[in-house]
Ligand binder design. Structure first.
Ligand SMILES: NC(=O)CC[C@H](N)C(=O)O
Length: 302
């Protein structure tokens, strides 16, 4: 299996390196606009402990919204099912940063992976603590999951988004007005922007996802199952249906071009290519996962 898998990964990386249509790098966060789109990396951790990688697998990138998965794990650990009184579990059918639904639906975000839902989840994970303390817990969790100490927050990316993230400020203030934030909006967003600015390689990210594949035990299996359900239905925003159709795995994307995909019981997979499709998900990352799922038969739908 590992021999053929290594071959699959090498072939996928070679094919992705040759693509000319690579999507558009996120430019609404100035610091991310400067990333070279000509990069691609993939890494897979298997249940037997093997890890195989190809392409730019040791280059750190901004994990952005993939961090929402780790933040959700921490919020659920602190609040348990109480979190679901403040955020729902339905796909939004709208862009990750859309404000439209929030007023219509009384300040209760559709799910923890759209920005509004992640802002509420971050507020819940913060509790009454200063953002610094929450970020230390989050980094500790990610480092423990990845088995790596050299994972850091890229402060330039965090600052870049703090200076330009006006849509997120608008949402946080609206949530506050609706009584769905306990902390001041700037504290919550300080934590949120810094969490999004965690930089990791696909090798580290694939290892950090093992607990979601059930091949490392970090949180209760019941929570793992639920986080996977949300990744499948909401992890790619208004591209979630298409991702389930093409790849058939729970996945979480970020505008840095990373995707974490989970083959339950089998593997944790991380891909990265900075160019995005119209829904803000990695264009080549999705294509690579589609190829991998087809070749391995890992789709959860058989
Ligand atoms: N989809 C994403 O990765 C979005 C995360 C980004 N930090 C934002 O809030 O806009």
């Amino acid at each position: 299996m590992t021999g053929t898998l290594a071959q699959h990964l090498a072939e996928i990386a070679a094919e992705m390196a040759a693509r000319s249509e690579r999507g558009r790098v996120a430019d609404y966060i100035p610091e991310l606009a400067a990333v070279d789109p000509d990069q691609f990396g993939i890494s897979v951790c298997l249940a037997d402990g093997t890890q195989l990688s190809a392409g730019d697998s040791a280059t750190a990138f901004s994990i952005q919204s993939i961090s929402k998965v780790f933040g959700l794990a921490i919020a659920l650990g602190r609040l348990g099912d109480q979190l679901w009184t403040r955020v729902r579990r339905e796909p939004s059918g709208l862009a990750f940063n859309s404000i439209l639904q929030l007023e219509n639906e009384g300040g209760i975000p559709r799910n923890p992976f759209v920005n509004a839902g992640a802002i509420v989840t971050t507020d819940a994970a913060l509790g009454k603590r200063p953002p610094r303390e929450y970020l230390a817990e989050l980094l500790g969790f990610v480092r423990a999951a990845a088995g790596a100490d050299d994972i850091h927050i890229d402060r330039k990316v965090a600052r870049s988004e703090t200076e330009t993230g006006h849509r997120n400020f608008a949402m946080a203030h609206f949530l506050k007005a609706q009584g769905n934030l306990t902390n001041p909006p700037d504290h919550v967003l300080g934590a949120y922007f810094h969490q999004c600015a965690i930089a990791m390689t696909v090798e580290q990210l694939a290892r950090a996802g093992r607990f979601l594949a059930g091949i490392q035990h970090l949180i209760a299996p019941e929570r793992v199952r639920r986080i996977n359900a949300l990744m499948l239905t909401c992890g790619h925003y208004d591209g979630s249906g298409e991702f389930a159709f093409r790849v058939g795995l729970p996945g979480k994307s970020g505008v840095g071009g990373g995707i974490l995909a989970i083959a339950p019981g089998r593997a944790s997979v991380a891909v990265w290519s900075p160019g995005l499709n119209a829904q803000g998900n990695s264009r080549l990352g999705t294509e690579a996962l589609e190829m991998l799922a087809r070749r391995t038969g890992w789709s959860i739908f058989g």
